[in-house]
Every structure is written in structure tokens, then in C-alpha cells.
Design a protein around this ligand. Structure first.
Ligand code: URA
Length: 210
């Protein structure tokens, strides 16, 4: 089973409170999502491998130091709300390549349908971070992860701002190899498919649409 990490750092939790508040406007919402995404990236990359190198400092030579091994990272936001977290993450991981997966929900079957996929050519070598701010039923995340695996992806993590238990269970069941990173695990889904207490429609709040 994939692990579930709730990143309950005080800065993340504080900012998430303002993201949730209904009176927070588009500009602040966007900035706060960026900031939380950067803080989450800090936690998600905690296990990146390091190697020892020797460097000269102004004070001594051959000092032992550490650098990243250059493990390649790929970000894959699910359109459209996933885009809102990308800038924050690339502040910390500027060399990450970015793929995109677009999905819409078929109004009759209610199943997610893929309408756009563009990925880095070497996804099989990359640690991919799928970004889906609101993990509600898990349908979109599961479909996006299937789509990446079908194209050769081997290492995938899922990053969400807020999740419902239903979505977490659905992803863990369908993709037991995928660890999930959340800023919050909320109570439930309501009858309209919104996460409760949640933050409303993340895409609408990021882009000022309704
Ligand atoms: N998508 C959203 O943007 N918000 C929810 O609460 C559920 C799905």
C-alpha cells in the first residue's frame, strides 16, 4: 500500500487556513497556493539522494560536502487546477521538467476522459510528481497515473492540497505503489462531490472563474 503523508508543518497549516476561507480573493488565494506548494515541495523532496563531494572553501581545501545526485524530477499537473501549484514547486526544483495531463468528466458516465497529454520524453527515468490539488473521488488522479504508467512511468508520487478519505482510499487501492502527500486530509465528500470542509472549487478560485 502507498504511504500517506499529511504535511502538518505549522506554516503549511496556517496558510491553508487562509486558502480555505471563503473571503480570500483570487490574488491572495493564488499566492498562498504557491507558497504552500513550495513548502510541500520542501517536504516531498526530503528523501532525494545526496552524494559526497570535496570542495575548497575560502578557509580550507578538500572539505567534504554534499550535492544532489541529479535524480531527475518531473512535475505533472492535472489541468487545470494542478497548474496553480507548479510555480511554487519549481522555485525549489528549477530543473524539473513539466508534463501536462488534461482530463474532463464525461457528463453521462461521470468517468474522467483524457483530452491532452504532453510529457517529457524520458519519463521512465524520472521521479514524477502528479499534482492534483483536490483529491475528491480520486477518479482524475487514478486516470492520470494510469496514463503515465501506460507511457512508461515507473516512479510516481501524488501531491494534493486537500483530500477526502474516499479519494485517498481509491488511489491506494488502484495504485499501491504511489505515495500520497497532502496538506490536509479532510472529513468527507458531500453529495455534490465537494470536499468538506475543503476550499470550494480550486480551479475557479485560482482563476477567478465561476
Ligand atoms: N474539486 C475541487 O476543486 N474542489 C472539491 O472540493 C472537489 C473537487
Amino acid at each position: 500500500m502507498g504511504k500517506v503523508y499529511v504535511l502538518d508543518h505549522p506554516l503549511i497549516q496556517h496558510k491553508l487556513t487562509y486558502i480555505r476561507k471563503k473571503e480570500t480573493g483570487t490574488k491572495d488565494f493564488r499566492e498562498l497556493v504557491d507558497e504552500v506548494a513550495a513548502l510541500m515541495a520542501f517536504e516531498i523532496t526530503r528523501d532525494l539522494p545526496l552524494e559526497e563531494v570535496e570542495i575548497d572553501t575560502p578557509v580550507t581545501s578538500d572539505a567534504k560536502a554534499k550535492v544532489l545526485t541529479g535524480k531527475k524530477i518531473g512535475l505533472v499537473p492535472i489541468l487545470r487546477a494542478g497548474l496553480g501549484m507548479v510555480d511554487g514547486i519549481i522555485q525549489l526544483i528549477p530543473a524539473a521538467k513539466i508534463g501536462h495531463v488534461g482530463l474532463y468528466r464525461d457528463p453521462e458516465t461521470l468517468q474522467p476522459v483524457e483530452y491532452y497529454v504532453k510529457l517529457p520524453s524520458d519519463i521512465e527515468e524520472r521521479e514524477l510528481i502528479v499534482i492534483d490539488p483536490m483529491l475528491a473521488t480520486g477518479g482524475s488522479a487514478n486516470e492520470a497515473i494510469h496514463s503515465l504508467k501506460k507511457r512508461g512511468a515507473r516512479q510516481i508520487r501524488l501531491m494534493c492540497l486537500v483530500a477526502a478519505p474516499e479519494g485517498v482510499d481509491a488511489v491506494r487501492e488502484e495504485h499501491p505503489d504511489v505515495d500520497i502527500y497532502l496538506a490536509a486530509l479532510d472529513e468527507k465528500l458531500n453529495e455534490k462531490g465537494y470536499i468538506v470542509p475543503g476550499l470550494g472549487d480550486a480551479g475557479d478560485r485560482l482563476y477567478g472563474t465561476k
